[in-house]
Design a protein around this ligand. Sequence first.
Ligand code: HEM
Length: 135
Amino acid sequence: MKEPTSKQLFLHSMTRCMEDDTFIPTFYERLLNASDEVRAKFRFTDFDKQNAMLRRSLLLCAEATAGRTEALREVNERATTHDRDHLNIEPHLYAVWTDTLIATASDFDLQWNADVEAAWRKILGHVVQQMIRRY
Ligand code: HEM
């Protein structure tokens, strides 16, 4: 049997996490508690909208890492909104974001294992690198 790709492992794991409506709110609660600096960035955020946004962002990461042109274009747009002249998301904040997301996913996905974690790290890491490069 063919090994699943990172994209398949990631999307299936993400789907399992999202079956629980508390997954995304739990992630944001943990992210905001990570530091005052993170909390300050989200001080004007409407979290009802942000929850749907995160879901879209994760799908975007999967498509961009698979090399889909449309997704790569959108990552560039997101890199601009997050750069030093706009939201000013400093590079070190991406590590907090990634680690918090992966720790939360590992708590929610009952089938979590080393291969699944490697898939999350690969897919998020690819997009995070692009965002940081354009900071
Ligand atoms: C690969 C990583 C990320 C992706 C794909 C992503 C994606 C997005 C998207 C799609 C939006 C809404 C549209 C926009 O303003 O561009 C957004 C908004 C935002 N993001 Fe990110 N983001 C990422 C990482 C981060 C990190 C690391 C932080 C800070 C710790 C952050 C903080 C914010 C804030 C503060 C907003 C504005 C929320 C509001 O409307 O108040 N993002 N992000």
